[in-house]
Design a protein around this ligand. Structure first.
Ligand code: 0RA
Length: 641
């Protein structure tokens, strides 16, 4: 540290320097996820102010210069001088790590989880930040550059007597070296989710980067009840009214919304703790699952749907076709697991159990038709599961007889270390052949899949396990049975790479596989094991050089911008993977040194669930509507509908 810094600046540097040195420690990554995290961090502060009861509206704007502005109508960050630092509270919040929470704004803080690192982290990782606070009939403004205040906190009279906070920031390209472009859909998904989870808040989202700005408002007075309705809007509900349960015990707030659907076979339960999506579950979801199973079984016995000599319905059976959201607000949340997305507070389990148990039991007593409809579905599921179990046992017995449990067409790799092993799921035998010859057999396995695999969205368990393509997929991957506790220990490859042709059929097979993974064992996707290979579309030869292009844009760019105007060149369009020579396939698509693969991430589970239903389910009308809406983004000549 040089001696030219003033005392104030040294403190600032000590405060935020670690953040700039190791941004990943604070925001997870400096890729797109970390970048978007900055916005969530700032918005979370406004949401906290709303949960404390002081803020009703939050506006988020993506600005043309790449910055973002988040404005709320809360009380405004305090601007008086802070006793220990001698600086304004505002400057302290902005420049001292973890200072934000110490002001005790009341209500719930999301600290400790994915978010809650504090707005100072955003300040540290931004090229500049400008904070405006309206309070005490004044407008206060301060600017920071890379975490350092530029000048004093400036105040001028504000005639309007408004209150609130506005934080504008531009992410620092020095930190986010892959780019600082925000994705509208990603942000919109999370903001919509926040609006569902916090029914009182109105969230406005504007994209002012566009020539004609786009503005959307999210305000759902029905809260998570409306969230469930939204997720189910393409499905056929088993009962009209969404079951809603709300209560508070020991300072822990619990909210649950549930609706079963007729034509759905899997369950879709989303858990949130302090507005954070708990992908890895935790005590709130455990409590909910336990109480659902118990309540439905006792209701079944009361209503004579289960005889004394019949076994209890399993949790899986009871949850079949269920869409639900549980949102808890816990004063001191403990988040566990590698990604801190599992709620650990043990007291939550019992509170959810007793609260939901009491209300749901009574709800069903007053609505016997609803109770019977759910029970009949669960009993059917129970019977189907029995049939599936018998089918599975057949599979198991058969594989014991065959002595080799791995499918014959799998070309396995030599490595037995899943962490370094990958498997390519390849469309068709001919591409499978090229891939087998082109691969590095040390760590790359190939499983050719013949034709279209079963559409799991339309099928029940028993049929799924009889399907040979799915059987070989399950055994090759080393997976267990649908819905059983996911054990990554059993997984034989940590990269499952879907490699299909770059045409409509390829896209269809890819979607079928993704549907399979999403419905069959979503943890695989949630934990980032699923990838999509990116084979090239074109090979361009010019003289002794050749180039591979992965999109039309790349091809145009190459031909128009890189080649001289009168160049002679030849373009070969790959119609399928099978057309590529084994070494071409290796160079362009399989070699970890040179290839691009896309990891499948499920950012917005509710939307994913809905889209899978629309694209793969039984009902034609919503699918047609989806294609009509988004069809213009597709190349219609490629569509064979
Ligand atoms: C601490 C205390 C008070 C307000 C806030 C924090 C506050 C922080 C943020 C961040 C974004 N928007 C915000 N709005 C409020 C309240 C102090 C008081 O007036 O008593």
């Amino acid at each position: 540290m040089t001696s030219s810094y003033s005392a104030d600046q040294i403190q600032v540097l000590e405060g935020l320097e670690p953040v700039r040195k190791r941004p990943g420690m604070y925001i997870g990554s400096t890729g797109p996820r970390g970048l978007h995290h900055l916005v969530y961090e700032v918005v979370d502060n406004s949401i906290d102010e709303a949960l404390a009861g002081y803020c009703s509206q939050i506006e988020i704007a993506l600005n043309a210069d790449g910055s973002v502005t988040v404005t709320d109508d809360g009380r405004g960050i305090p601007t008086d001088t802070h006793p220990t630092t001698g600086k304004s509270a505002l400057e302290t919040v902005m420049t001292v790590l973890h200072a934000g929470g110490k002001f005790g704004g009341g209500g719930y803080k999301v600290s400790g989880g994915l978010h809650g690192v504090g707005v100072s982290v955003v300040n540290a990782l931004s090229e500049w930040v400008e904070v405006t606070v309206w309070r005490d009939k004044r407008e206060h403004l301060q600017r920071y550059e890379r975490g350092i205040p530029i000048g004093e906190l400036n105040a001028k009279p504000d005639g309007q007597n408004r209150t609130g906070t506005s934080v504008a920031f531009k992410p620092d390209l020095e930190i986010f070296s892959n780019g600082i472009e925000f994705d509208y859909t990603t942000l919109a998904g999370r903001l919509r989710e926040l609006a569902y989870l916090n029914a009182t808040v109105k969230i406005q989202f504007a994209d002012n980067r566009l020539e004609t700005p786009r503005v959307e408002t999210y305000h759902y007075e029905g809260g998570i009840q409306e969230y469930v309705a939204y997720m189910n809007r393409e499905k056929q509900p088993l009962h009209e009214e969404i079951i809603y349960i709300q209560g508070e015990r020991n300072n822990i707030q619990v909210e649950v919304a549930l609706q079963w659907c007729v034509d759905a076979y899997s369950d879709n339960l989303l858990g949130f703790a302090n507005n954070i999506r708990t992908i890895d579950g935790g005590t709130h979801l455990e409590g909910l699952k336990t109480v659902l199973t118990r309540t439905m079984n006792s209701t079944a016995r009361k209503r004579n749907k289960l005889k004394d000599n019949e076994a209890n319905l399993g949790g899986e059976n009871v949850r079949e076709g269920l869409t639900g959201v549980i949102s808890v607000k816990v004063p001191e949340p403990e988040f566990e697991g590698q990604t801190k997305t599992k709620l650990g507070n043990t007291e939550v389990r019992g509170i959810v159990d007793s609260l939901v148990g009491e209300v749901l039991t009574e709800y069903l007593e007053f609505r016997p038709h609803v109770a019977d409809a759910i029970l009949e579905k669960a009993i059917q599921a129970f019977k189907a599961a029995e049939a599936a179990r018998r089918a599975r046992e057949l599979v198991r017995r058969k594989s014991v007889l065959e002595s080799s449990p791995l499918p014959g067409k799998l070309a396995d790799c030599s490595s037995r270390d899943p962490a370094e092993s990958e498997i390519f799921l390849v469309e068709g035998d001919s591409a499978g052949g090229s891939a087998k010859q082109g691969r590095d057999r040390q760590f790359q396995a190939i499983l050719p899949l013949r034709g279209k695999i079963l559409n799991i969205e339309k099928t029940d368990d028993a049929k799924i396990y009889k399907n040979t393509e799915i059987q070989s997929l399950i055994t090759a991957l080393g997976l267990g049975i649908r819905g059983e506790e996911f054990d990554p220990g059993g997984l034989r490859y940590h990269r499952i790479i879907i490699m299909t042709d770059a045409d409509v059929d390829g896209a269809h097979i890819r979607t079928l596989l993704l549907t399979f993974f999403y419905r069959y064992q979503r943890d695989l996707a949630d934990q980032g094991y699923i990838y999509i290979a990116c084979p090239p579309l074109y090979k361009v030869e010019r003289g002794r050089n050749h180039y591979y292009c992965y999109s039309d844009r790349e091809l145009n760019n190459l031909v128009q911008n890189e080649f001289p105007a009168n160049a002679n060149y030849n373009i070969q369009r790959f119609k399928g993977l099978g057309e590529m020579m084994p070494d071409q396939l290796w160079d362009t698509t399989m070699n970890p040194e040179t290839r691009t693969i896309k990891r499948v991430e499920i950012e917005d589970a509710a939307e994913a669930d809905r889209i899978f239903t629309v694209l793969m389910g039984d009902r034609v009308a919503p699918r047609r509507e989806f294609i009509e809406t988004y069809g213009s983004k597709l190349n219609l000549t490629d569509l064979d509908i």
